[in-house]
Ligand binder design. Structure first.
Ligand code: FE2
Length: 450
């Protein structure tokens, strides 16, 4: 006999605005309040889990869905949402790990991020190969860098603004647990290096400076028992310790690898997302993160602890580490201007507020932060910063995000002036359906996919 699960008993990720939408919409007749800057010519694309079946064992496990908005000539040309039609979507019985133990990295939900590099748009999930999508959000298929990639790819690659390279890593629960990869500006995978770590931990993101690659080996450890249950196979481990590895980046003459990583012990914690990293005036490596004091101690559905902006400073000369909280506001999805990835940044942005109702802007030079509520019912996602064409300051540009309005159960695309986030939005585009809370997105400028 079929039983019905009352909405109260549903896990959080299937309720309210975490619940999936079941329609793929294409809309061209969009209502805009304010005005869209004419110089913005591209696409704001955001990825997130949206299980096709309507249900998934964990928030992180639903099929990827891209919500995109096309801006051009001061207009919002279209809004579209599309499933990423991965093999996991098309063949629900296909397994990442087969019964004989073989791993098929073409199987994955591609639900976490979407980035542009080397003329391609890639939807990403950390268990698998990327999945390429077209500028119109049609799925092209699994992409393995012409057969060169043989590990998973993080959903958080880093594009170096100095070299144009893409740096990323793959992690997994079989050895090598961690592998670093480097991609040339034109999209060729040119270097892969296994990096030694003591065990299989969940490594969601990493950081670069203009001279270093920075890995975080933190105590959320693979658990086979959880894997057998078909849920998120990681949990907090008090015995694992916590360390950050800093590797000099390869140059034209010298390829660096695991032997070049210097590991620093840090206070146990978990970090999904660094904001940025760079070398400071005293030659220390600074890494700013959204840091949880602990996470998933009992259950991987436990998100009660919140992250705050935290700074590690690593002194490569003395081996010393300093740690301090920069701000006590709850915050996640930290971002900076991408042309400063790996370089000193004054400003940072995030989604935050105790109830997830605000955007946060940090001025790390003035040591201040500013909270921008989005109305009594507005709940913003990750803010993506897009610089003005001819910027007069680091924060001269726009913050873009989708904002869910609880009261009308609908969503808007909102553009704020990043210099003055308290001002009325520069533009608000009313969307024809709600956009479920999701993960990460990018502004894909037309110049990047021409
Ligand atoms: Fe992430």
């Amino acid at each position: 006999m079929a039983t019905h699960v009352s909405s109260e008993k549903k896990p959080f990720h299937l309720k309210g605005n975490y619940a999936p939408v079941d329609t793929e919409v294409s809309a061209t007749d969009l209502t805009v309040r304010g005005s869209i800057p004419e110089e913005l010519s591209g696409r704001f694309l955001r990825n997130g889990p949206n299980p096709k079946s309507g249900t998934s064992a964990h928030w992180f496990l639903g099929d990827g869905m891209i919500h995109g908005i096309r801006l051009r000539d001061g207009r919002a040309d279209w809004y579209r949402n599309r499933y990423v039609r991965t093999r996991a979507f098309l063949e629900p019985d296909a397994k990442l790990i087969g019964d004989d133990g073989t791993v098929d990295r073409t199987i994955g939900v591609a639900n976490t991020h979407i980035v542009g590099h080397g003329g391609k748009i890639l939807a990403l999930v950390e268990s698998s190969f990327p999945c390429e999508v077209s500028p119109d959000l049609d799925t092209i298929g699994s992409y393995d860098f012409e057969g060169r990639l043989d590990t998973a790819m993080t959903a958080h690659p880093k594009m170096c603004p100095v070299t144009g390279e893409m740096h990323f890593f793959g992690y997994g629960f079989f050895e090598p647990y961690l592998t670093y990869h480097r991609v040339s500006p034109d999209g060729r995978l040119v270097q892969s290096e296994a990096i030694d770590v003591p065990g299989p931990t969940m490594i969601h993101d990493f950081a670069i400076t203009d001279r270093h690659v920075i890995f975080m080996d933190l105590p959320i450890v693979f658990d086979l028992e959880l894997a057998m249950q078909g849920t998120m196979p990681y949990r907090w481990d008090d015995d694992y310790g916590a360390r950050v590895g800093i590797m000099a980046r390869s140059t034209d003459d010298v390829a660096t690898g695991s032997a070049d990583v210097r590991w620093f012990d840090v206070e146990p914690c978990y970090v999904f997302h660094p904001m940025n990293a760079y070398v400071d005036a005293e030659d220390r490596v600074v890494v700013d993160t959204a840091r949880y004091r602990q996470l998933w101690r009992g259950s991987s559905s436990d998100f009660r602890d919140h992250a705050t902006l935290h700074r590690w400073r690593f002194d490569l000369a003395s081996g010393g580490v300093s740690e301090n909280e920069l701000d006590d506001r709850p915050m996640e999805f930290p971002r900076v201007a991408e042309h400063l990835t790996g370089l000193p940044n004054r400003f940072g942005y995030g989604a935050g507020g105790l109830d997830g109702t605000a955007l946060v802007k940090y001025d790390l030079e003035a040591e201040t932060s500013q909270l921008r509520e989005l109305g009594p019912n507005g709940m913003p996602g990750e803010p993506v910063f897009v610089p003005a064409a001819d910027p007069e300051s680091e924060d001269h540009g726009w913050l873009m995000t989708y904002v869910y309005d609880k009261a009308r159960d609908g969503s808007d695309f909102v553009l704020l002036d990043a210099r003055d986030i308290d001002a009325e939005p520069v533009a608000t585009v009313e969307l024809p359906q709600r956009v479920p809370f999701g993960f990460h997105g990018s502004w894909i400028d037309d110049a990047g996919i021409a």
